[in-house]
Write a protein that binds this ligand. Structure first.
Ligand SMILES: [Zn+2]
Length: 423
């Protein structure tokens, strides 16, 4: 049993902070929490004095990935995926929902999730709770592909024995995309098997298709035009959540120059996972390619549009869960830093119009609710003791989420040095 004493506690529900709090943790769960005038450490508890610090719930990344970099890793992928998971943990990210594996890393992904849930294997400790969607449902041609509504149902059914935690769909705005009836069938089949659905979109028309088909989560911002009042009203009516992934869109183009944060000590703590990509992105030839690639440059107005679309959604009270799209196919999508980018996303959410409290709630209790992660996302009696001790108050500056003193997952202190991998 441990008792953390003296800190300010932001519990993740949006409630006012508790000053001079005591948090009692027994067998990994919070068994008492409140002001030190009402909660005192029980006899036998190991008291950890964190006076002057701020405790927040561990961050939950609603749109994560842990893909290996297949440009340098021929497999097996386990060590690299473990390293990515452990890197999330040292950044205070204590639960993640991977919104899609690739065919090549799906088996390892579910292996890691399943062994973790049994309390064994390489990510039993010092890693975030892992929740996972399998390979996305998207248009695949051919007799064993996914073209029709029946194909989509079969594709979804494939995830049932895997016990996928979510189903991810893809609409890319291309002519081959799944048709609206196929999208609706995939979502319907997912719901039949008690799985929620998240859809990758860029375009408003595709968001509308997914919403009409009953999707639960829009997994990126609408980035081609202003989101209209009718769509916002429909999201509200159907309780469709949004994951903006602003940092993902920024990551597409910012490496046209050497970013200042490559020298930030907080960024450098992830170098064991980041080094290869940092090397590639530090090459002036890479930066030149970013400056001259039309697709990369087109993402600049897309980010601006996504940011513009966020404020009316915040104001309408749409459920917004923090997600960064970190760790996605790093051989292709460079610079989506697992761990670091969740803090960058929080900062961007505040720049786009959230209060620091709203951003923290989106990354904790809201993310847990949207991702159906029981027992995490808020600091309350009965919940897991997944928490981050900060040296500064993030309500006065959201960048203070980077002032990490220590991270606890299930009441166990994360080893901040332990992310070395073997490949
Ligand atoms: Zn993604």
């Amino acid at each position: 049993m441990i008792a953390l004493t003296g800190a300010r506690v932001i519990d993740g529900t949006g409630a006012a902070p508790i000053e001079q709090a005591t948090v009692v943790v027994t067998n990994g769960r919070i068994t008492a929490i409140g002001s030190s005038s009402t909660v005192t450490p029980p006899a036998g508890a190991t008291v950890i004095n964190v006076a002057g610090k701020t405790i927040i719930p561990g961050l939950i990344n609603s749109h994560a990935h842990i893909d290996p970099d297949i440009s340098v890793n021929p497999g097996p992928y386990r060590d690299e995926m473990v390293r990515r998971l452990k890197t999330y943990a040292i950044y205070g990210v204590t639960s993640i929902m991977t919104l899609g594996f690739e065919t090549y890393d799906e088996p390892e992904g579910f292996y890691l999730r399943d062994t973790q849930r049994l309390g064994i294997g390489p990510v039993a400790t010092d890693a975030p709770r892992l929740y996972a969607a399998g390979r996305p449902i998207l248009f695949r041609p051919g007799p064993t592909g996914t073209e029709t509504a029946d194909d989509a149902r079969i594709d979804v059914q494939r995830h049932v024995p895997l016990r996928a935690d979510f189903i991810k769909l893809h609409l890319d705005g291309v002519p081959t995309d799944l048709k609206p009836d196929v999208v609706a069938a995939a979502i319907d089949e997912s719901h039949k098997h008690n799985m929620s659905t998240a859809v990758h979109i860029v375009y408003l028309k595709d968001a509308k298709t997914a919403i009409a088909g009953g999707v639960d989560v829009i997994a990126h911002s609408v980035r081609d035009m202003d989101i209209d009042a009718a769509t916002i009203a429909e999201m509200k009516r159907r309780n469709v959540a949004l994951i903006p992934t602003l940092v993902r869109d920024r990551s597409v183009f910012i490496y046209e120059n050497l970013p200042d944060f490559f020298k930030d000590p907080f960024f450098l703590r992830g170098m064991q996972a980041y080094k290869h990509e940092v090397d590639v992105l530090s090459d002036p030839a890479t930066q030149q390619r970013y400056r001259t690639n039309a697709g990369i440059q087109a993402s600049k107005p897309q980010l601006a549009q996504g940011i513009k679309n966020l404020k009316p959604l915040i104001d309408a009270g749409i459920t917004i869960a923090m997600g960064s799209d970190s760790g996605s196919i790093p051989d292709r999508n460079l610079g989506r830093w697992v761990g670091y980018n969740e803090h960058a996303e929080l900062e961007m959410l505040v720049q786009a119009g959230m209060t620091p409290m709203q951003a923290l709630v989106s990354a904790t209790s809201t993310a847990a609710r949207v991702m159906k992660i029981d027992g995490a996302g808020s600091l309350q009696t009965g919940k897991w003791a997944d928490l981050v001790v900060l040296n500064a108050n993030p309500l006065t500056d959201i960048k203070n989420t980077r002032q990490i003193d220590s991270v606890y997952i299930g009441g166990r202190k994360v080893n901040m040095a332990g992310v070395a991998g073997t490949n």
